[in-house]
Design a protein around this ligand. Structure first.
Ligand code: GLN
Length: 485
């Protein structure tokens, strides 16, 4: 099937004129039409424009850039000029918000010749770990449709796994790229905070949000990162640091690398199958020449508590812009402005967004700020220092991505705390601002994929891509495909 090609494979064929971008795009569209009824990964389809762009790529293009003519989907929070972008929230869906501009990532991909086919499902404003809070309904796991695809970038991960596109964009604030990648069995790259631009991507928690990618292989993730990384004058938090040539270092192997296994990431209550898969992966990396050592990240157990104060606090501030006046869900005229806000916002936002606005507003209010927000920020510093210390001794850190394989749809819907615990191995990485890569490392006895996480030092994407690539080359997990009708 053409749509199951990796970017690297498709690029080769496009360059040699063995394949056209129109053929490739059509193959993805056909797959979407065939399988999306069952998995519900795609929420806006932009096929007509995609085919026009693909044709242009075929007639004008020399395919000298690796993403030229390659079709992709973006999580529904990436603003794209002329394409509905709703964050899968009734707040923006009602009147279909259509941005008049492109996010920096969209613009960079356009310039590189990539073909945007539409938008992928996400939890509402990216708040969640299962895509169940989307106003378009849950995305189903391509391996087992009674299970979630993970979240919040569940649509992007499921779409990549189901070969609806060659790659997809996602965002990761507390695990939203890595966890769905692990649940669906694809590759997910969360970058260092500031490595990619957040401009034009709907914010959740601004000090934690990162823009990244879901792909079929580590090599593909490196190709995409090469195009989207780098300083952006439109996002003052992007780092003024050089972007290395990720592809040239990919094949250097892990010989001489020291990989740390933190004891706090193998805990009571996690699935023994996940633990075994990750420990087996550590052995594999050792066989490939890496030195694996035990390490400690002592403040890990406070990460979820700190994250669920800092994240909702920033959410409460970011959501304030949705006032029902300038754009989005509105309501009939009210006697006063406050009443208008209450009605418009109550009608537009779903329960998870409301819960976070309430928690965040509380944590930031006078009298509580010191007790909660400031305290959480102090814990965040301790967590960051844990990682800094660890990276004095190791090149990268190996952990599970999630405590279990994909869970059943509805399993955590009545218990938000249980859902928050899904982020136990991913949220600390966002608090520290370092990069993390999720790649498949096994299957549960129910046939569900499980992933490992490679964590690198700040700006150290090169290292985790290199280690991930070595593991991928030595194993078969990434090439397994679900059967979909
Ligand atoms: N599950 C986490 C949360 O709900 C992470 C979300 C994300 O990374 N966007 O906060």
């Amino acid at each position: 099937m053409l749509s199951s090609l990796t970017i690297a494979q498709a690029h080769e064929k496009l360059r040699k004129k063995e394949l056209s971008s129109v053929e490739l795009t059509k193959a993805c569209i056909e797959t979407i039409e065939k399988v999306d009824k069952t998995i519900n990964a795609v929420v806006h389809r932009n096929f007509e424009r995609a085919l026009i762009e693909a044709k242009k790529a075929d007639t004008q293009g020399t395919f000298d850039q690796p993403l030229s003519g390659i079709p992709y989907l973006a999580k529904d929070v990436f603003c794209e000029e002329g394409v509905p972008t709703t964050a899968c929230s009734n707040m923006l869906r009602g009147k279909d918000y259509v941005p008049p501009f492109d996010s920096t990532t969209t613009r960079r991909l356009k310039a590189a010749g990539a073909i945007s086919m539409g938008k992928a499902n996400t939890d509402e404003f990216t708040m969640g770990a299962s895509t169940e809070t989307s106003c378009f309904g849950v995305t189903k796991n391509p391996w087992d449709r009674t299970c979630v695809a993970g979240g919040s970038s569940g649509g992007s991960a499921a779409a990549v796994t189901a070969d609806e596109c060659l790659f997809a964009l996602g965002t990761d604030t507390g695990g939203s790229i890595r966890q769905p990648a692990s649940f669906c069995g694809c590759t997910g790259l969360k970058v260092t905070y500031g490595r990619t631009s957040r401009y034009g991507v709907m914010s959740m928690a601004s000090s934690l949000d990162t823009i990244g990618t879901l792909a079929k292989t580590v090599e593909d993730a490196a190709i995409i990162l090469q195009t989207i990384a780098g300083r952006d004058p439109l996002d003052g938090t992007t780092g003024d640091v050089p972007v290395p040539d990720y592809l040239s270092s990919l094949r250097k192997g892990v010989k001489g690398m020291t990989i740390g296994l933190p004891k706090e990431y193998f805990i009571k209550g996690m699935s023994p199958e996940v633990e075994t898969a990750v420990r087996t992966a550590a052995k594999e990396l050792e066989k490939l020449g890496a030195k694996v050592v035990d390490i400690s990240l002592p403040h890990s157990s406070y990460a979820i508590a700190a994250y669920y104060v800092i994240c909702p606090s920033e959410v409460s501030s970011n959501m304030a812009r949705y006032d029902g006046l300038r754009y989005g869900h509105s309501t009939e005229k009210q006697d006063n402005l406050i009443e208008y806000y209450i009605r418009a916002r109550s009608g537009g936002f779903g329960p998870e967004v409301k819960r976070r606005i309430m928690i965040g507003t509380y944590a930031l209010s006078a009298g509580y700020y010191d007790a909660y927000y400031r305290q959480a920020q102090k814990v965040r510093t301790l967590i960051r220092q844990d990682f800094e210390k660890a990276f004095e001794k190791v090149n990268c850190i190996l952990t599970p991505v999630a405590p279990t394989p994909a869970f059943t749809i509805g399993a955590h819907t009545d218990d938000p705390v249980q859902m928050y615990l899904e982020d136990i191995f991913t949220a600390p990485i966002n608090l520290a601002g370092v990069p993390g890569l999720s790649i498949p490392c096994g299957f549960s006895k129910e046939g569900l994929p499980m992933g490992l996480q490679l964590i690198g030092p700040q700006w150290g994407e090169e290292t985790i891509l290199r280690a991930g690539y070595a593991f991928e080359q030595a194993t078969e997990w990434h090439s397994k495909k679900p059967t979909l009708k």
